[in-house]
Design a binder for this molecule. Structure first.
Ligand code: 5GP
Ligand code: ZN
Length: 115
């Protein structure tokens, strides 16, 4: 499995840095965002290191599908009728951690378009 010793989310996968894990599957991990932007704000990541969603899609589409499925499972557990699952891709789009992650947001009315 690809990992990056300098990557924050790889350290969370390895449990070297603590996180509030809400769901784990073979290829994916879901944990609460440290700075929540909605009543539910969970990050869903592949356990393997890829820099963004397109890189994951190319290298391991099964893992990308599992990230989406885990997001939906967490949304159901959280009792969300509607939710947003978003991959910020590239710094200009707001990506600050370069290990693929989906933001699962819900529990309040979400505006469109996002800022
Ligand atoms: P991005 O800006 O790359 O789309 O999202 C990165 C997310 O990771 C941000 O929402 C940020 O709050 C979250 N984050 C950054 N550092 C940590 C951390 O140490 N633990 C957790 N749980 N979330 C973090
Ligand atoms: Zn990583």
């Amino acid at each position: 499995m690809s990992t990056d010793d300098d990557c924050l989310f790889c350290k969370i996968v390895a449990r070297d840095i603590p996180a509030t894990v809400v769901h784990e599957s073979e290829r994916a991990l879901a944990f609460r965002d440290i700075s929540p932007q909605a009543p539910t704000h969970v990050l869903v990541i592949p356990k393997a290191h890829f820099q963004d969603a397109p890189a994951l899609a190319s290298a391991d589409p099964v893992a990308l599908a599992e990230v989406v499925s885990v997001g939906a499972a967490v949304a159901e557990t959280e009792g969300l009728d509607a939710f947003r699952l978003v991959f910020n891709t590239g710094a200009e789009a707001g990506q600050s951690v370069f290990h693929t992650h989906a933001h699962l947001l819900g529990g309040r009315k979400l505006e469109w378009p996002p800022g």
